[in-house]
Design a protein around this ligand. Structure first.
Ligand code: HC1
Ligand code: SF4
Length: 568
């Protein structure tokens, strides 16, 4: 284990130099230590992959958490890590640092304790298997694996791709890919649910928070952050905030953390509705490929590209809100503020791991400059808050910034399953009737497929049939029927990879109790209910953006910046 006990030992062995390295990171941003800076109780760290020791953020977090050091930036340099070996071993007997924010409520620890398994303060040394890095963001460390099978079940039963399996290798039962290929060559959709469910940290993901700290601490950079709809649901729950307190709290948090500008991602959800609903009407009016399938969930897009390429013509050409926001900030905001793209650093804060791979796609880096420079999960964002030692009372509520300040309730609904379809329907109904839709969509479960929610809206001259489904495995039968020629009479179908939608994304910390999905859905619904601005198409800042920059939905410029194509 590198980020757990061995880190403690490494830090102790390196003594003051480690403390200084961490202090440097916390005060100045990300720095890379050299291998010679550390030594390890298991022999030379030279034996281990370099990349593991380049992640100072993990190191600092591990040391802080495991040594219980409660100090802020300035004083950190003064900390002496003078523990005895016995103390170090006692510390090492505590939890592995598994990337889990629920170490004290960890189900594995509870289960172990209920079976009278005691935590012995000894270092557990096993033969070391190399860390597997066969995916852009997911890291597998067999040394920590206890063969519980939760990742295999999450992938096959919760999500659907089913790309992980147990295989007997080198005398051990191990979790591998079912085809034996590297993970990035399989139908893995990068959702990260296997990582989220892993109770030991055997599966983990690459953090980008070090890069974000570096940008924040670089005086030449303007750091712009935007925060996704579902992140607020988690933060409201975590900090005990009411549904209307949470957005100003998050904006205040971002300002305190050092972001130069903070925007609400919901603005981009509104922009997506303008583009996607216009596309829907265009397809309906011009005999385009129908039904239209949503494309804002990158896990779903990955699944369609890898497993069902035949469905790609049905996917909306709209980029996701994350990529629309990034493209708009880099093209419109940069120009308006006179900021060179070299000095602008754009960070998205999301509940999703697949958004990391989405932002890294080459088509979203025109001329080699990414529209979104870094993607932080909710977990990473809260880890940064924790590293900065920011408490609830340190946060002054604030407003999101101009020019993307106003957002609609419809955009907030994006964060839970059915929300994208509902937001689009609000605009479609207004287009058809001239009147806003003031009731919530009455989704009912389909008789054939229990996870499929269907709503029918009667408008003058047209009946709209809308469907929503979450969990990729749940969507399989619908996709297969479509590919066999049966469109089931739908106009618009929303698919979200994670069950329940983004509120259940793997970028959130592990749930601490049952029923969290329901609570988070309710928070987003309540926000929509209490917002005066309900509809994306009525958002004054969106209308101004079209007037000043894009012209109209689906304009030439909008197509260039806000739409994309898919690759089978
Ligand atoms: Fe989602 Fe979306 S709703 S994909 O679930 O369309 O991550 O919250 O940010 O892009 O807006 C996630 C959430 C998110 C996008 C939006
Ligand atoms: Fe399966 Fe998602 Fe993990 Fe990929 S990231 S292996 S699809 S659970």
């Amino acid at each position: 284990c590198v980020t757990g006990p061995a880190t403690v030992i490494a830090a102790i062995a390196a003594g003051r130099r480690a403390a200084e390295a961490i202090g440097e990171f916390l005060t100045n941003g990300y720095i890379k230590p050299s291998h010679e800076d550390y030594s390890c109780s298991r022999g030379s760290l030279e034996d281990l992959p370099q990349a593991e020791f380049e992640d100072i953020p993990n190191l600092s977090r591990a040391v802080m958490a495991e040594l219980g050091i409660d100090d802020r930036f300035g004083g950190f340099r003064e900390v002496e890590l003078g523990l005895t070996e016995a103390q170090a071993r006692a510390e090492a007997g505590r939890c592995l640092t598994c990337g889990c924010s629920a170490q004290n409520t960890c189900s594995l620890r509870k289960e172990a304790s209920s079976h009278e398994v005691h935590f012995e303060p000894t270092l557990h040394v096993r033969p070391r298997s190399p860390i597997v890095r066969d995916h852009q963001f997911i890291i597998r460390d067999q040394n920590k694996c206890i063969s519980c099978g939760l990742c295999v079940a999450a992938c096959a039963e919760i999500m659907g791709p089913g790309v992980l399996a147990f295989q007997f290798r080198e005398g051990q039962m191990r979790v591998c890919t079912s085809t034996g290929e590297p993970l990035n060559m399989t139908d893995c959709v990068s959702c990260g649910q296997c990582v989220r469910t892993c109770p030991t940290g055997a599966l983990d993901y690459v953090r980008e928070r070090g890069d974000v700290f570096t940008a924040i601490n670089d005086p030449t950079k303007k750091v712009v952050g935007f925060v996704a709809p579902a992140v607020r649901a988690h933060i409201a729950k975590e900090y005990g905030l009411s549904h209307m307190e949470v957005a100003p709290f998050v904006a205040g948090m971002m300002k305190k953390m050092g972001f130069d500008k903070s925007f609400d991602f919901v603005f981009a959800a509104d922009l997506t509705i303008m583009e996607e609903t216009t596309e829907l009407f265009d397809r309906l009016g011009n005999g385009g490929v129908m039904p239209l399938y949503t494309s804002c969930c990158p896990g779903w897009v990955n699944y369609a590209e890898r497993r069902y390429p035949g469905i790609l013509p049905h996917l909306s050409s709209c980029k996701s809100p994350q990529q629309m926001m990034g493209a708009t900030v880099k093209a419109h905001f940069a120009k308006r503020e006179g900021i060179s793209l070299d000095d602008l650093y754009v960070v998205s804060i999301v509940p999703c791991m697949a958004k990391k791979s989405e932002a890294a796609r080459p088509e979203f880096a025109p001329e080699g400059i990414r529209d979104v420079d870094a993607v932080l999960t909710t977990t990473e964002f809260l880890e940064m808050v924790q590293m900065l030692r920011l408490e609830k009372e340190d946060i002054e509520p604030a407003e999101f910034d101009l020019p993307y300040k106003q957002v609609s309730g419809a955009g907030v609904l994006f964060g839970s399953s059915g929300g994208v379809a509902e937001a689009a329907t609000r605009m479609a109904v207004e287009k058809l009737t001239g009147e806003p839709l003031r009731t919530r969509l009455d989704f009912v479960p389909s008789e054939e497929y229990p996870y499929l929610k269907v709503a029918t809206i009667e408008a003058p001259g047209r009946t709209l049939r809308i469907a929503a489904i979450s969990g990729l495995g749940n969507a399989d039968p619908i996709i297969k029927r479509l590919l066999a020629g049966d469109d089931m009479g739908f106009d618009l179908v929303e698919i979200m990879a994670c069950p329940g939608g983004c509120i259940n994304g793997a970028g959130h910390p592990k749930p601490k109790s049952q029923g969290e999905t329901g609570i988070k859905t309710m928070i987003l619904s309540n926000i929509d209910e209490d917002m005066a601005l309900k509809d994306s198409q009525q958002n004054p800042d969106i209308l101004r953006l079209y007037e000043d920059f894009y012209g109209e939905p689906n304009s030439h410029l909008a197509h260039e910046l806000l739409h994309t194509t898919y690759a089978p």
